[in-house]
Write a new protein. Structure first.
Length: 105
């Protein structure tokens, strides 16, 4: 074999400085990725905490709405009773007036 054919079959030699630079770049990229993952995980935890608060607020709102609904039903019942009382008293007054006119009292 000649010197030319031996050189063409051997892989190119990489400078050690280039290897260290490449490793340094990879390590820096890995560190950035790890920082981003840590930040993402913190955001996930915060998001879960906020969602928990929202769900708790929704539950409280539903309970309050149910209480308000029950109060409205009770107020409507009272209004109905008051209306029927007024109608009854008015009917009794009209009946009394009519009876007084008929029997001349």
């Amino acid at each position: 074999m000649t010197a030319e054919t031996m050189q063409s079959t051997q892989p190119p030699v990489i400078d050690a400085l280039e290897v260290y630079r490449a490793l340094g770049s990879l390590e820096a990229g890995q560190k950035q990725n790890q920082e981003q993952i840590a930040l993402f995980m913190q955001n996930q935890v915060e998001t879960q905490r906020i969602l928990g608060r929202l769900e708790q607020g929704q539950t409280q709102s539903r309970e309050q709405m149910a209480q308000i609904g029950n109060q409205i039903v009770e107020v409507n019942r009272r209004i109905d009773r008051l209306l029927y009382t007024i109608i009854g008293i008015s009917a009794a007054a009209v009946a009394r007036y009519v009876l007084q006119q008929i029997f001349g009292g």
